[in-house]
Design a protein around this ligand. Structure first.
Ligand code: NAI
Length: 260
């Protein structure tokens, strides 16, 4: 019996991708990687000037990019900005939910409730809001892709990090739930789970502590670079990635694989 192998494109040429948290770290690297592969990139960030600087760097390299200021905790702005981006580029093929921030806190801390709510708003609730805002446009794409940025904190927990851990476990659950709900339309929904990555989130950790942690805990014995995460996000957005959905993929230098 012969099976014909269909052509599945590995090109991002002309595809439109919307990225949250694109002014720094993994989001910034993703914007560059997508643009270099020919995608048209809508960048958004709480730091509007930072996002504009990245967009302008991409344009100066010949890419197609535009930036918007967007706080992902603002449900009204989410709808407005995603609508503007889709209308500016005339399409929307991929949504990358990446924006994030982190704050360790103890259960006994007086502001625990506030930190809890803020972490859930930024890291989890934002994902369902951007997804719902993007859906009418994604439904018009012939290869709609959603990638959520979770964390290895979606599999286990670091001390004093309960709000972040709960939110990231929620991202993994929401990713699977959306894969199931949107699968019949051919829309794929996946998450990546980064391990330690050198970004704005981790730059304040003293270098010695970073190196010691990475050496003890990851198989590759080092922190990841944002671009290494960006490439997995891009891979999940390819039209050819058509049978991967509901996956939460560790991109962690082998941290979850290593026991000792
Ligand atoms: P980063 O700090 O370099 O970039 C995060 C970006 O999100 C910043 O530009 C920031 O302005 C933006 N942002 C924060 N709050 C926002 C809001 N309310 N609305 C819109 N934008 C907002 O950090 P990084 O590491 O690139 O973070 C990206 C994602 O990766 C986050 O979801 C984070 O939780 C996740 N992650 C990072 C890890 C690491 O080791 N760096 C490990 C595991 C997950």
């Amino acid at each position: 019996m012969t099976h014909e192998v269909p052509h599945l494109s590995r090109s991002m040429q002309g595809r439109v991708v919307f990225i949250t948290g694109a002014a720094s770290g993994i989001g910034e690297a993703s914007a560059h990687v997508f643009a270099r592969e020919g995608a048209r990139v809508a960048l958004s960030d709480l730091d509007g000037a930072g996002a504009e600087a990245v967009a302008s760097a991409i344009r100066s390299e010949g890419g197609d990019a535009r930036a918007w200021m967007l706080d992902v905790t603002d449900p009204v702005d989410i709808v407005a900005v995603i609508g503007e981006a889709a209308s500016h580029f005339g399409a929307l093929d991929c949504l990358v939910n990446n924006a994030g921030a982190a704050r360790l806190t103890a259960l006994e801390a007086p502001d625990f409730d506030d930190v809890w709510q803020w972490q859930l708003d930024v890291l989890l609730t934002a994902h369902q809001r951007t997804l719902r805002a993007a859906l009418p446009f994604l439904r018009q794409s012939d290869a709609a892709r959603i990638v959520n940025v979770a964390s290895t904190e979606a599999f286990g927990a670091t001390a004093r990090n309960s709000a972040y851990v709960a939110a990231k476990h929620g991202v993994a659950g929401f990713t699977k739930a959306m894969a199931v709900d949107l699968g019949k339309e051919g829309i794929t929904v996946n998450a990546i789970a980064p391990g330690p990555v050198l970004t704005g989130l981790t730059e304040k950790i003293p270098e010695n502590d970073r190196n010691t942690f990475a050496h003890r805990r990851t198989a590759l014995r080092r922190y990841g670079q944002p671009v290494e995460l960006a490439h997995m996000i891009l891979s999940l957005c390819l039209p050819a990635a058509s049978y991967v959905t509901g996956a939460v993929i560790p991109v962690d230098g082998g941290m979850t694989a290593r026991n000792a």
